[in-house]
Design a protein around this ligand. Structure first.
Ligand code: PRX
Length: 647
């Protein structure tokens, strides 16, 4: 059966046969018994003990879950643990000389840390932070690119019970300042600069500007990466000097209650403001460890590589906390996939004999475009499992990935989750389930989801609806756990449910195909941006009267940002174009620059004056326009169509 979802994607997956994982994979898989689904169902919520048991607890929990049909919910109440201990100390007896981190830089430079070395570094940095006066529950902001100091600082913070707030290094000074101000964070760690695509980025300048912009007093610790010998004025500290002073120090990990905050991360919500998501120490870590084990099939001693950036949730969960809690070797790559050559990633997979590789569909589509000769030139036979995350992967890209990276043999897991869920909720279990290219899979054992119509009723197979999560899960964030964030959902139905704001279909095997966001967030290359944030940056440009940003299908990044703008009289397009790019770069970062800026005399509006985004999205995608009878200015449509470049 084929049905259109308005996005031009083929959703005809219902009767596609599933591809079974190969026997050699199943034999060695961490989870290979199909009864795992029934066992979790029969024993919910105690089934989640299986995740709790993956961790070492200072105080055992009294119960796996406490709660009723509605929030508040508690996961592992009574339990106390420390995440740094779980990711480092407990592995020392067996694997102190095993690599914990492999860091590979953009210029072919590399550094490794064994678990013992990581222990030493994290303790020294934790001692330095403690001496600086940082205490449990304080928030430290970390604004670093993919360098070893980033996970080291995260683990040093959580060792002290300090909450880290990692801000993606590509974000602008304004975006950093806004996030720091919201958390009241008084300590910022950044670096002098770093290399990206062969050029130096002056990171400290951005941090300096953010420091000036916030109301609170902020101390800044600077990691020297480029040897720029930057001037450290009052309130600035040199990371290396602090670390060296405390080298050899040992800091007892501070036991934290299971629902104490482990970290804060900002994402794009439906408003124009960044949305803080706080994850818990016990539930989050247990969920991440369990999914790293069952879905990503990570084993202690594996070399595992997730090519995301730690600045986003994927890196928190599946570069740092998941793999390290399981005692594996995690690869950190500070570079781009095509620099210096387009086989850079495959050269690294070969060199480090990577077992499991996890990336975004955008990257897969880029590999596909560059050509199969790049991976073909390398021995990728160490790979056992491939994964994707962040956006839908179409069938063609999925098959290409399996064929040309996975040697036609590796299972590919398409993992659905989000910043708010903390860890994977929907996927296949690679040692159990057949895979359907294009569909993410079923809710994992213990997870309950549905696809519903606007009235909240389940849709029939193949029909598009909204994805809902209908039972609490251990990695749920604080606002959902406590019920603070339940207002909108409560208004939509009697029962507690979480709406992730994704459209989806479900087939008769219960496999879910995720179609994309249904709110005003746009996912570009697996990164989430808010249209409101973008539009307010654009309308901040003098000469711009109005702006509306929509997503257009894009061959590589899945979706591209198209900005439709109307200008005031007396301004030239070329000048405004440049200033729009600058304004977005300043407000958010270069990563959010629109692919196309389309000038129009007016935006399409309903009679009540509301911008008709649906129409703009249809124009951007060259899709049928649908019903435009509510449009006040239909004469604008032809102009919009001719001014829009092909997506
Ligand atoms: O729309 C879904 C998409 O990414 C959104 C979450 O974005 P973010 O919180 O930035 O986290 C990205 C990394 C976990 C979701 O609401 N998304 C994520 N994974 C998939 C996906 N869409 C389709 N298939 C996926 N596997």
């Amino acid at each position: 059966m084929t049905m259109g979802d308005g996005t031009g994607r083929d959703t005809a997956i219902d009767d596609r046969p599933a591809i079974d994982p190969p026997a050699w994979f199943v034999e060695q898989a961490n989870v290979s018994d199909p009864s795992v689904y029934d066992a979790f169902e029969a024993e919910w919520p105690e089934c989640w003990d299986r995740a709790g048991e993956l961790l070492d607890w200072d105080d055992p929990y009294d119960a796996v879950f406490r709660g009723d049909e509605r929030p508040p919910f508690e996961w592992f109440p009574g339990g106390r643990l420390n995440a740094s201990y779980n990711c480092i100390d407990r592995h020392l007896p067996e694997r102190k000389n095993q690599l914990a981190l492999i860091w590979e830089g953009p210029l072919g430079d590399a550094t490794t840390y064994t678990y013992r070395e990581l222990y030493r570094e994290v303790n020294a940095v934790a001692a330095a932070l403690r001496d600086h006066g940082v205490e449990a529950d304080d928030v430290v902001t970390i604004y670093l690119p993919m360098v070893p100091e980033l996970p080291i600082l995260m683990l040093a913070c959580v060792r002290l019970g300090v909450v880290h707030n990692v801000v993606f290094a590509g974000f602008s000074a304004d975006a950093l300042a806004e996030r720091m101000e919201r958390t009241g964070s008084e300590l910022l760690v950044t670096c002098d600069g770093y290399y990206r695509r062969g050029s130096a980025v002056a990171q400290k300048n951005k941090a300096d500007n953010a420091r000036i912009a916030v109301d609170q007093d902020v101390s800044v610790v600077v990691v020297e990466r480029l040897g720029l010998d930057v001037h450290l004025g009052d309130g600035y500290y040199d990371y290396e000097a602090l670390r060296a002073t405390h080298d050899g120090a040992e800091v007892d990990p501070v036991p934290r209650a299971a629902d104490d905050t482990l970290f804060r991360i900002y994402t794009s919500g439906t408003t124009g403001e960044p949305k803080a998501v706080d994850h818990t120490t016990g539930g989050y870590l247990a969920h991440v460890a369990w999914t790293a084990q069952s879905v990503l099939d990570i084993k202690p001693g594996d070399t595992y590589w997730c090519s995301a950036d730690i600045g986003w949730i994927t890196g928190h969960s599946y570069i740092v906390y998941g793999p390290l809690s399981l005692g594996t070797t995690t690869v950190l790559y500070n570079g781009t996939p095509d620099h210096p050559e387009k086989d850079r990633l495959w050269e690294l997979v070969e060199r480090y004999a990577v077992d499991v590789f996890y990336t975004a569909p955008t990257a897969v589509r880029a590999f596909m475009k560059w050509g199969e000769e790049h991976p073909a030139g390398h021995d990728l036979s160490s790979l056992r499992l491939l994964g994707t995350v962040g956006e839908p992967i179409d069938e063609r890209a999925w098959r290409w990935y399996r064929e040309h990276i996975g040697g036609g043999e590796c299972p590919v897991v398409d993992t659905w989750w989000q910043t708010e869920t903390g860890a994977i909720l929907v996927s296949t279990l690679p040692g159990v389930d057949g895979m359907k290219p294009g569909a993410a899979g079923k809710p994992l054992p213990g997870i309950e989801t549905g696809v519903v119509d606007p009235a909240g009723e389940g849709v029939s197979e193949g029909e598009a609806g909204e994805l809902v999560v209908t039972r609490p899960w251990p990695g749920m964030p604080d606002a959902l756990r406590t019920g603070e964030d339940w207002g909108a959902a409560a208004a939509r139905g009697e029962e507690w449910r979480y709406y992730p704001e994704d459209g989806a279909t479900i087939d008769d095997d219960g496999y879910i195909t995720v179609l994309g966001r249904v709110d005003d967030a746009i996912n570009v290359a697996g990164r989430r941006f808010s249209t409101m944030e973008l539009e307010s940056a654009i309308t901040g440009v003098t000469g711009i009267a109005e702006a509306a940003v929509v997503g257009a299908d894009h061959e590589t990044t899945g979706t591209a940002l198209y900005a439709y703008v109307s200008a005031e009289d007396g301004y030239t397009e070329a000048d405004l174009r440049e200033r729009i790019a600058e304004a977005v770069t300043d407000a958010i970062g270069g990563v959010a620059k629109p692919e196309a800026v389309v000038f129009t005399p007016d935006l399409p509006k309903t009679r009540s004056g509301k911008v008709m985004r649906r129409l703009l999205a249809a124009v951007a995608n060259d899709d049928p326009l649908g019903d435009i009878s509510a449009l006040r200015n239909p004469e604008i449509v032809g102009e919009l169509q001719s001014a829009t470049p092909d997506s």
